[in-house]
Structure formats: C-alpha cells, structure tokens
Design a protein around this ligand. Sequence first.
Ligand code: SAM
Length: 323
Amino acid sequence: MGSEQINYLRISVTDRCNLRCSYCRPDNIHFLPYDHFLRYEEIRDIVEVFAEYGLKKVRITGGEPLLRRDIHVLVGMISEIEGIKDISMTTNGILIPKYGKLLKERGLKRLNISLDSLREERFRKLTGGHLKDVLRGIDEAKRLGFDPIKINVVLIKDFNEDEVEDFILFGKKWDLHIRFIELMPVGFLEFFDHSKVVHLSEIKRRIEEKFGKLKPVSLISSGASRDYLIESLSVHVGFISPMSLPFCEGCKKLRLTSDGRLKFCLRGSDEINIKDILRKRGKEGLRNEMENILEMKRASNIKVAEKGFIFEETGKSMISIGG
Ligand code: SAM
C-alpha cells in the first residue's frame, strides 16, 4: 500500500526561535499559544501510524527545536518506533552545548546546523546573534560524535555569496559537510526579492574552478540535495536548488507543523489538520484517514508536475512551517 509514497517526515516542534534571520522570520509574526502545539505523545502516535505506511526517516526542526522543553524525550520516543531508521535534527546549534549529550543518549544521530556567514558582523546583522555561539555548538556536536554534521548555508546575493570558498575550507578544517541552499519565497511572495537568489549551478562551477573535480556521491538525505565529494580536499558539498532545479519528481516528503497541520509541499497551502483527527477520532481514526492522506500527497505531486514548483502566497514563513 502506501509504502511507496511517503518515507520522510519533517516535524516542527515549535515556532519560537532564539535567532531572527531576516529571510525566515517576518517582523509581524504571531506566535502560536503553547497549548496549540502537538504534545509529544501525539507526535509519537502520528509517527507510529505513518511508519506503518512506509515512513523511515524523521527530522526534527522548528523554529528552533532545542527551545522546546525536554526535546530529548521526543527524540527517545521516536527512535524507539519500529520502522524508523533515521532520526536527525536541524538546529542553529546555539543550545547544543546544553542539550547535545542528552540528544545523543536518546538516539539522535545526525545534525544539520544552519550557518549563513563565517563573519561575526554579517552573522549578527542577519540573525541578531553571535557567531561564536554557533561555532561553540558545532565544536560540541563534533566532540559528542554526531556524524555527519551538515552545515546549511542559504546563499544570498550581495550578502554572503563571496564566502563560498571560505565555507568549503571551513568544512575541510572542521570535517563538516557543507550544503548550499537557494533562498526561497516561502509564504510571502510580495516581499520576496528574486534578485537575491543565487543560482547554485554557478556556485558549483566556481567550486570546481577553485578546488577541482566534484564527484557525485549518494548520501543519506531527503533527496532534495545533490551531493558531491570535492576530491582534492575530501570535503562533501551539497546543493539544494529549489528555485533553479526543483527536485520534486516522486517526492515522498511530508511536513508536520508544530500545531499539527500536515503539509504536502513547501510550495503551497495544501494541508490537513492531523491534530483534529487525532484528538477527535484517536489513533485508529488517523489510521482510517491514511488512504485519504496518501491520495492528497499524490494529488500534490501531480499539481507540482503539471504547474511546476511555483510558490503560492500562504502568509506562512519558514519559521512557522518548519524549514
Ligand atoms: N532553527 C533551526 C535552524 O536554524 O536550522 C531550524 C529551523 S530553520 C527554519 C531551518 C532552515 O530553513 C535553516 O537552514 C534556514 O536557513 C532555512 N530557511 C528559512 N527560510 C528560508 C528561505 N526563505 N529559503 C531558504 N531556506 C530557508
């Protein structure tokens, strides 16, 4: 049955963040009241049911997932679910020194850490935070043995595109995978400046010119990233190009927002309120809804195939969807 159709779920556990990245968090954001969040037991029930339908990989995200109290407890619950082979987290890294050990003990294996500039001033301008806090988090993640650690770099024209080579050398020095991501107009088309998008095909060419051959490799990822090994340095580099080269064919990814809405695609507003189903009809009710959910995912994929990966105005930014 559905095992061919879904295999990856990104779970946002909060819409709060301890950074204020200007492209991610709008000024006028309305945070959800805490009692709107899915409880950990509810998230576990959802993952258990989805695992019966082919789910294998789970990524915890946010907002900043390490701000959600006792997040290690959720990691422990998910890593015990039969069928879940991979559990990872996307974080800004600042709270890893505080919670990294607990996460590791409860079964978290892989970390993606977001870092858009290696220059203190720029970092502060973009995020309102301090670069040294993220570097301390990366250092601690390495010490704890998370492997691999992937650094997510959103490239922005006239802001950080001149740091590509620095990031590659940073990856070499710290033994990290570096992944470049194209800026997306998630949720707010009116305010999005397309001239800020850096097309990653150009960046790939630049890396090849400077460091030599890129050998394609296949790593554990959602399928969205095109991954390579820079042979001369033994550094892994990935490119996520939703704007210039969308990777939607046969998409098996779903997103669960912190208030329990299941989204079928980052692009648009197709979603279903899973929290309602679970609270009104229980886990069995969710099971009964699964054929409908798989049909909605199929329909969403067909829509993308027909219309292209065109972003819709939804008024929901990454911080509330869970990037
Ligand atoms: N707070 C965590 C973090 O910093 O990684 C997790 C949530 S954050 C929303 C996840 C990722 O989404 C980050 O790597 C962020 O850079 C990326 N992101 C947010 N808005 C984006 C946008 N408009 N286009 C591309 N990537 C975006």
